[in-house]
Design a protein around this ligand. Sequence first.
Ligand SMILES: C[S@@+](CC[C@H](N)C(=O)[O-])C[C@H]1O[C@@H](n2cnc3c(N)ncnc32)[C@H](O)[C@@H]1O
Length: 564
Amino acid sequence: MSTANEAYEVSDITSRLVTFSGPNGRRIVGYLDEGVEALWNERVVVLAPRYGETKKNNLKLSYLFAANGFKVLRFDQTNHIGESDGSMDQYTLINVTNDIQSVVDHVDRFFEPTEIILMTLSLSARCGLRACALDPRISRHVSLVGMVNMDRTLKAIYNRDFFGELAAGAQWSLVDILGFEIDGARFYQSLLETNMLNLEGALADADQVTIPALHICAENDRWVEQAEVEAVMLRCKFGRVEVVKNVGHEINENPEALNLAFGSMLAFCRSGLDEKHITNCVPSKATLLAQNKLERTQLKAVLQFTQKEPEFWGEYLGKFGIIESAAYYSEYFQTVSSLLGAIESYDVIVDAGCGNGFYGVCVLRALLQSIQAQHSVPNSVHYCGIDLTSEGLLRSYSRHAQELISLQREAMQAQGTVGFSYRKIDFDTIGKVEAATLPFADASVHKICSSLVLSYLQEPEHLMRECYRVLQADGVAVFSTMKPGCDMTVLYHDYVTQDTKVHAEKDAADLLSAAGRIKLKKDAGVYAFFDFEELEYLARKAGFSKVNCVRSFGGQANVIRVVK
Ligand SMILES: C[S@@+](CC[C@H](N)C(=O)[O-])C[C@H]1O[C@@H](n2cnc3c(N)ncnc32)[C@H](O)[C@@H]1O
């Protein structure tokens, strides 16, 4: 595989918004990305987004191709999220296939391409396969973590046979698939009618595909069976599979794997070109950032998140409670607790964004253990859980109450005291509203846990600065965030496969739905997941000097420990 290493930076890339008619007259909106250099070749890439994503998610990939001389038309699917017409509940795979063909029509009419290359990701790969079987104008197909068997994938995600239930007569109307409500019965009916439900349909399509096709698989993909992809590619006349190691379906999660995959895609799309036309360029960071910012603002305006944050989190926490039974979650809190260190007498401990109060549970358990092991308890320990939502605080309180009562009884016998309190504060008011602060005096707190909170704040540095103010010298804080490109399904898979409770699948589906909504808000710039560099930058700006970085939560969260 070739890589994009040691490449020239290109900053002259333009993105032009294009609008044209798609299936049934519905409007398709896309971006045409191209470098300003005279094109060496009129190879135009049609880039179809993944399910639940928009053209914005493919900006980086598209700009890499634009920097290397391709024209790329990345678009929003109709009947899907994004700017194109239609409503998400009407989503079907055949509709995506029709979208792809409409984009091919547009490219064919307006660009006089020498080649039309189709690029698909995840679920859109199945639609791409059908489009290639039908449309001779497509000259190559390259897919990244493409799915070939809808039935299998849905079972793998949810550990549940949705389609089997429908076939057995279940009556569904709207069903939540990864955070988006779609008309389940219509979706299933369309899969049956168009032979896109399972592997047989994909194999039949593959028999019609006579163009070069490259399918890039992720080695640890839980959603896509590599053997099935290989079977499909074997049936394509010029099909080929490449496997990227050490990564799952969310290939963004591992930047090195992503670069390898992008390098392979580039090599495949320019094969057959004269060597002297081949460039090795990457888009400049500034160019990418500027366009990303613009599209984020557009997406935010299009999606119009109307639900208020306390409501959103209240609902989310109701569903998130069950994640406590996932092994990764308790391991993660063990890491957080050990980074914060043993609880000592007179410790004041703040749980900033306590959610359902799991860190408080860890504090209680540590204190109980210390009594049981040493018949003594650190004296005068105080824990304060703070959150935006009354629902979270109530859940924290009821989670803690039972253990707290027995702890207090034992603590009194061991001649110690323990206090738990709760405060409702909107961290977004810190730094904005006069007198909005954490309710502690300067240098009065010993430990702060702020787990998976910074990402959801408008100005995370304001909370960090407040934490710095209230911590005493040598006080410790732990902050964490999901990492950019994290794969939430790893966590939910962990939960579903280990849990024996009757409702495990339903609970996991709720979690995936909540995660889908968080991801959408992240794509639109309402939330932000930080890498270690960004976390460290925020911490140092707030005044912290010693910063340690740790990966946890099934490898999906970035955690930093800072000392004042
Ligand atoms: C993903 S949950 C994490 C909860 C908990 N710390 C944990 O790790 O399990 C994010 C938490 O941040 C809280 N939160 C979000 N925005 C907030 C704000 N502006 N002020 C205070 N808390 C906020 C939410 O209510 C929610 O409890």
